[in-house]
Design a protein around this ligand. Structure first.
Ligand SMILES: Cc1cc2nc3c(=O)[nH]c(=O)nc-3n(C[C@H](O)[C@H](O)[C@H](O)COP(=O)(O)OP(=O)(O)OC[C@H]3O[C@@H](n4cnc5c(N)ncnc54)[C@H](O)[C@@H]3O)c2cc1C
Length: 536
């Protein structure tokens, strides 16, 4: 039953960092805008992921908006890598500071989008109500998040389990006390690696069920010294500029090394890797400039980390199980605090699912091979249906009745990672086909928001009502993304970048490596009056 119908220039789906800034920027452009958010508050990722240990792995001074000099001067981050509560406080501060909440409908899920008579009909449902509402919007921006659709695998007899289950991406707001409990964590990607050391401190026993070992680099997290913060703030725009000129739009102060890993002798290679290991964090891979293009260089770098694991973990069977044999960096590199040391604790055990997969759940545990592991709680740290999962949950019908589901049946296709042929006036933020999850995402978010806002303003100034990617521009863009990805080692493993963690999802490498070249390409397209788009 349809309850009401309102009309706006721009409908925005999602109130994470992307949706919040899109709203602000749309308002600045003189457009009316409304955000629809499934959750009860702002912050997106940082609203939902409240598991113990959740924090950013891009330094806080970079993992924050740069669009307002006043904001970046006023806000003080306490740690090198801020915790989830601190990042959520920041998102709430931004919402208050820019008076965003008055145009955000919380607890409201966008169910469908339908292109009709030069506008989008946006159908929403409120959590507690059955009645649907429709909003008419000239433009729709999908700020639905790349990592916002939880991936929860099913197991035989999982309905029988009588204990508690949790997903790291939908963590209870009041927290969970595991004291005295036997806990299982399924999954050892970024979230699992952050949560495991802290759950181990509380639980009576922690069983970690690992399908694929990850490479993890120590965070070396620390409180930020006031002098360091002052130093950055003295030239924050310069700091930001330097970062956005790097491939991943982060770490401009620690540039990628000038050599390939095979081009230096063993001692120099060890020294360079050890220096990055001691510094900690994602920039470890930047010690050499060919980590993700030259298999032999990659092997040498991976060997260094494999040695670290062997030297950290006392029990060599456990160490072997924790040691990856894949390309380092092919799956997203993890950043940890005490992850490998955790496996030296007497109350922690590792189950290697590569040797034997989970067979079934019982009322009181998990059966793997011959063994039943008795547990009171199970934590699914099984990640997300990345990049397209949240979009796929919305029924999107474009021009001539074409659905996005059909358009993307063989994997996502689009132009510039921003716009899909057949779906006029619909934009995606940090979607597939853009650098997105391979970057500091706030940089990519701000870049997309500004491009979209400029585009909508330009259309208005030109007296145009709609913009749509041509089929030809889209085809060429897809080829471009594939050829750039094909020059790297990213396609050599079953990662979530490829959709390989979700059964049945088409395997397509979704993000586009290299932020600066991409940003230049987007700027060129705009300057050339939106080349590759049809304007109406
Ligand atoms: C644990 C964790 C740590 C991370 N750390 C980093 C980091 O250190 N650095 C980095 O660059 N990135 C990191 N990321 C990636 C992170 O997702 C982005 O940095 C950023 O927060 C994404 O913002 P967003 O607004 O695009 O999406 P999100 O924050 O995911 O927000 C999207 C919002 O859309 C809402 N939504 C989705 N579908 C609908 C619908 N149909 N109707 C209504 N609402 C909907 C969701 O509820 C959600 O609130 C991390 C991700 C996770 C999960």
């Amino acid at each position: 039953m349809e309850a009401s119908r309102t009309s706006v220039d721009v409908a925005i789906v999602g109130a994470g960092f992307a949706g919040m800034y899109m709203l602000h920027r749309a308002r600045q452009a003189g457009l009316s805008a409304q955000v629809f958010e499934r959750g009860a508050g702002v912050g997106g990722t940082w609203f939902w992921n409240r598991y113990p240990g959740a924090r950013c792995d891009v330094p806080s001074l970079e993992y924050s908006y740069q669009f307002s000099e006043e904001l970046q001067q006023d806000w003080n981050w306490s740690e090198k890598y801020a915790t989830q509560p601190e990042i959520l406080r920041y998102a709430e501060h931004v919402a208050d500071r820019f008076d965003l909440r008055r145009n955000i409908s919380f607890n409201t899920t966008v169910k469908s989008l339908q292109w009709q008579d030069d506008s989008w009909l946006v159908t929403t449902v409120q959590t507690a109500e059955a009645a649907a509402s429709t909003t008419v919007a000239r433009f729709v921006v999908l700020a639905t998040g790349c990592l916002s659709s939880a991936n929860k695998p099913t197991f035989r007899d999982d309905h029988l389990f009588a204990g508690h289950t949790y997903h790291t991406g939908a963590w209870p707001h009041d927290g969970v006390d595991f004291t005295g409990q036997r806990v299982a964590v399924i999954g050892t990607g970024s979230s699992g690696i952050q949560a495991i050391p802290l759950i181990a401190q509380q639980a009576k026993h922690l069983t970690v069920l690992q399908r694929t070992p990850a490479y993890s680099i120590p965070a070396r997290n620390q409180q930020l010294a006031p002098e360091y913060i002052a130093d950055i703030k003295a030239n924050y725009p310069g700091f930001r500029r330097k970062n956005s000129l790097t491939r991943a739009a982060l770490g401009g102060d620690t540039p990628t090394g000038p050599h390939g890993a095979c081009e230096v002798n063993d001692d120099d290679r060890y020294a360079a890797l050890e220096a990055r290991w001691q510094k900690g964090g994602l920039l470890f891979l930047g010690a050499f400039n060919d980590a993700l293009t030259n298999p032999e260089s990659n092997r040498l770098i991976a060997d260094f980390v494999r040695d670290k694991i062997r030297h950290t973990v006392s029990d060599q069977r456990t160490a072997a199980a924790l040691t990856p044999d894949s390309i380092i960096g092919c799956k997203r590199l993890c950043v940890d605090t005490g992850y490998y040391d955790t496996f030296n604790l007497p109350n922690v055990s590792l189950v290697d699912l590569r040797r034997c997969p989970i067979e079934r759940f019982t009322t009181g545990g998990i059966v793997v091979g011959e063994d039943e592991h008795p547990v009171d709680s199970i934590v699914f740290a099984t990640g997300f249906d990345a990049m397209t999962g949240a979009i796929a949950k919305i029924t999107i019908t474009g021009r001539d009745g074409m659905t996005l589901h059909d358009a993307w049946s063989a994997g996502p296709v689009n132009y510039l990672g921003l716009s899909v042929h057949g779906f006029p006036n619909l934009f995606t933020i940090t979607g597939p086909g853009s650098p997105s999850v391979l970057t500091n995402m706030i940089v990519s978010i701000e870049h997309h928001v500004e491009w979209i806002a400029d585009c909508v303003s330009w259309l208005g100034n030109q007296g145009r009502r709609s913009i749509e990617a041509t089929a030809d521009a889209q085809d060429r863009w897809v080829q471009h993304v594939n050829s750039v990805a094909g020059m790297t080692l990213y396609q050599s493993c079953s990662s979530w970048y490829l959709g390989a963690n979700v059964p049945g999802k088409p395997r397509v490498f979704m993000p586009l490596p290299g932020f600066p070249a991409y940003a230049q390409r987007c700027a060129d397209v705009a300057r050339e009056n939106y080349r590759g788009f049809v304007l109406d």
